[in-house]
Design a protein. Structure first.
Length: 179
């Protein structure tokens, strides 16, 4: 049976967390952030896991998180870290919604935000824009390949993004349940 979860994927800084929190408030559902789950489980920040353990260790934690979601979570909104789209059971977790935007728009969103310093500190890769842009370009095709729904978020207000996610994901569930 198809899970009713909505899985938000996309590049870091595109607004997955902001969108997820607002969606959960508006539509009265649970919101799970995979990075927050991992930080809680490991009792340290993601960047510390990368430094003190390894990227492979972190990716293994993401897979554990995906396995838990598959077995234990339904009817929730799940916002994922930028690399989570590579877990091997992503399609089994729910409807995958890509929040899409250009690299320049994302960088501008982060660097001009009221709390820009905190947003950039949380994402140290953006302190090296060439590296960040390269990673963005490497991931774009992968995001689009796994997404069931693609929503361009550039220059859209949060309210219209929430509405679009809800409308398109409900329509997809309706189509699938009629098969």
């Amino acid at each position: 049976m198809m899970k009713k979860n909505i899985i938000l994927i996309g590049f870091m800084g595109v607004g997955k967390g902001t969108t997820a929190r607002a969606y959960a408030r508006k539509y009265k559902c649970f919101n799970i952030d995979t990075d927050d789950l991992i930080e809680s489980k490991e009792n340290c920040k993601i960047k510390e896991i990368f430094v003190e353990k390894s990227e492979k260790y972190f990716r293994d934690l993401e897979q554990e998180c995906a396995d838990w979601i598959e077995n234990s979570v339904d009817d929730s909104l799940i916002s994922c870290g930028g690399g989570f789209f590579k877990v091997n059971n992503l399609k089994d977790l729910g409807t995958i919604v890509l929040l899409d935007a250009s690299y320049d728009w994302i960088y501008n969103r982060l660097s001009t935000a009221d709390n820009a310093k905190a947003k950039l500190k949380k994402r140290p890769l953006f302190l090296e824009p060439k590296k960040a842009k390269k990673l963005y370009e490497e991931r774009q095709e992968g995001y689009k390949e796994v997404a069931n729904i693609i929503i361009n978020v550039e220059n859209k207000d949060l309210k219209s993004i929430l509405k679009e996610i809800n409308k398109k994901s409900l329509k997809r569930l309706e189509i699938i349940s009629n098969l």
